[in-house]
Design a binder for this molecule. Structure first.
Ligand SMILES: *Cc1c(COP(=O)(O)O)cnc(C)c1O
Length: 384
C-alpha cells in the first residue's frame, strides 16, 4: 500500500492533539449539557466553558471576561472589523491595514468600504513587513482602527505588533490583530503588545476546527463593538448561539498545552525549518526564500524556484502535502496576493511552495521532503 503523503501544511490546519481530544470527549456524551441551562447538566458545561475561558486568557495575557468564543478566526475578524466600524460611527470612519492580510480581514474590509469606510493600505517591503513610519503616516483624524496581522499565514512574516500597538494607543486608535498563526507559535501578549482586539482559532494550534475566540479589551480602554450575531445573548451578548462546549473545551486545552511548553516547540520546528531551507539552498540554484529571515514563524518556509512552473512542480510532488503560491478562483490560477504585495513577479510567485512544519514533523520527513523537491525541480529544469 502506498504511504500517505508527508504532511507539511501546518499553516492550513493541524491535527487535534490526543490530549486535547481526550479532554473534549466527555462533553459529547455524559456532559452534553447546554451551558445556558439552569440545572446540573448546564452547570457542568458552564463550568467547563469557564475553565477554558481562563486557559485561553492565560495564554495571551488577557482576563477571562475579555474572551468571546466564536467559530474561528474568520468570524472573529468579521466581528472585530464590522463591530468597530459600526460602533465608531460607520460611514466616514477610516481604517488602516495592509494587502498581505488573510482574506477574512480583506473581505471584511471590502464590506465596510462598500458601506462608506475609507481604508488606507500601508505598503509592505519585500520581506512582507510594514514600516512603523508608514503606519503612522497613514493615520488621520478619522482613523478608528488599525488592523494588521501578528504573523502571516503564507510567508510567516511577523509584524512589529508591540510597536504598532504602542502607536495606536498613543493616538487613541483601536488596534486589531489577526493572531491566528501567532498564538501558540510565538510569544503574544495582549497587554504587553498593546492590543485591543485579537482573533485566534483552535485548529491552527492542535485544537478542533470550528472554534476560536476574539479577545476584546475590557479596560484601558473598554472596547465597544457592535454585535454581529443576534439571539439569546450568549457570551455577554457579544455572540449569541449555544456554546460549542466540546470545541471550547478543546480550544482551552490546546491553549493550556501551548502555555505549558513555551519555546520548546518553536525551537524544534525552527531547527527543522532551517534544515530544510539549508538543504534546498545547498543543493539547488535559483532558490528564493520569501518573507523576513529575522522575524518569521518558526515552522514556516516559503520558497520560489527560478525556471519552473508552479503547477507542474506541485504535480511532480504527489507524496508531499503542501501549498503553493497560487490560489484557484473559479478555474483561473492567480498568484498569491501576499507574494504580489511583496513585489514578487507573477511568474516567480506561481512557482512558490509553502512548507509548514509542525508538532508531529520529524527530521526524517524533512529530509525526505528535501530530496523530493530537489529531484522534482531538477527534473523540471532539465525537461526530463
Ligand atoms: C486560518 C486563518 C484564519 C481563518 O481561521 P478559520 O478558523 O478558518 O476561521 C484567519 N486568519 C489567519 C491568519 C489564518 O491563518
Amino acid at each position: 500500500m502506498a504511504e500517505p503523503p508527508i504532511y507539511l501544511d501546518y499553516h492550513a490546519t493541524t491535527p487535534v492533539d490526543p490530549r486535547v481530544l481526550k479532554e473534549m470527549l466527555p462533553f459529547f456524551e455524559a456532559d452534553f449539557g447546554n451551558a445556558a441551562s439552569r440545572h446540573a447538566y448546564g452547570w457542568r458545561a458552564e463550568e467547563a466553558v469557564q475553565v477554558a475561558r481562563k486557559r485561553v486568557a492565560a495564554l495571551i495575557g488577557a482576563e477571562a471576561r475579555e474572551i468571546v468564543f466564536t467559530s474561528g478566526a474568520t468570524e472573529s475578524d468579521n466581528l472585530a472589523i464590522k463591530g468597530v466600524f459600526e460602533a465608531c460611527g460607520g460611514a466616514g470612519t477610516h481604517i488602516v491595514s495592509a494587502r498581505t492580510e488573510h482574506s477574512a480581514v480583506l473581505d471584511s474590509l471590502a464590506e465596510v468600504e462598500a458601506r462608506g469606510a475609507q481604508v488606507t493600505w500601508v505598503p509592505v517591503g519585500p520581506d512582507g513587513r510594514v514600516r512603523i513610519e508608514d503606519v503612522e503616516a497613514a493615520l488621520t483624524e478619522q482613523t478608528v482602527l488599525i488592523t494588521l496581522m501578528a504573523a502571516n499565514n503564507e510567508v510567516g512574516t511577523l509584524h512589529r505588533v508591540r510597536k504598532i500597538g504602542q502607536l495606536a494607543e498613543a493616538r487613541g486608535i483601536l488596534f486589531h490583530t489577526d493572531a491566528a498563526q501567532a498564538v501558540g507559535r510565538v510569544p503574544f501578549d495582549v497587554r504587553k503588545d498593546h492590543v485591543h482586539l485579537a482573533s485566534l482559532t483552535a485548529h491552527k494550534f492542535y485544537g478542533p476546527k470550528g472554534c476560536g475566540a476574539l479577545y476584546v479589551r475590557r479596560r484601558d480602554p473598554e472596547v465597544k463593538i457592535t454585535i454581529q450575531m443576534h439571539g439569546g445573548g450568549h457570551e455577554r451578548g457579544m455572540r449569541s448561539g449555544t456554546s460549542n462546549v466540546p470545541g471550547i473545551v478543546g480550544l482551552g486545552m490546546a491553549c493550556e498545552l501551548c502555555r505549558q511548553e513555551p519555546g520548546q516547540e518553536a525551537e524544534r520546528t525552527a531547527r527543522l525549518r532551517d534544515r530544510l531551507e539549508g538543504a534546498l539552498l545547498e543543493r539547488l540554484d535559483g532558490v528564493h526564500v520569501n518573507g523576513c529571515r529575522e522575524a518569521r514563524l518558526p515552522g514556516n518556509l516559503n520558497v520560489c524556484f527560478d525556471g519552473v512552473d508552479g503547477e507542474s512542480l506541485l504535480l511532480a510532488l504527489p507524496d508531499l502535502a503542501l501549498s503553493t503560491g497560487s490560489a484557484c478562483h473559479s478555474d483561473k490560477v492567480d498568484p498569491s496576493h501576499v507574494l504580489q504585495a511583496m513585489g514578487i513577479s507573477r511568474q516567480l510567485a506561481l512557482a512558490a511552495l509553502r512548507f509548514g512544519i509542525g508538532r508531529p514533523t520529524t527530521e526524517a520527513e524533512v529530509d525526505r521532503a528535501a530530496d523530493r523537491v530537489v529531484e522534482a525541480v531538477q527534473a523540471l529544469r532539465t525537461g526530463r
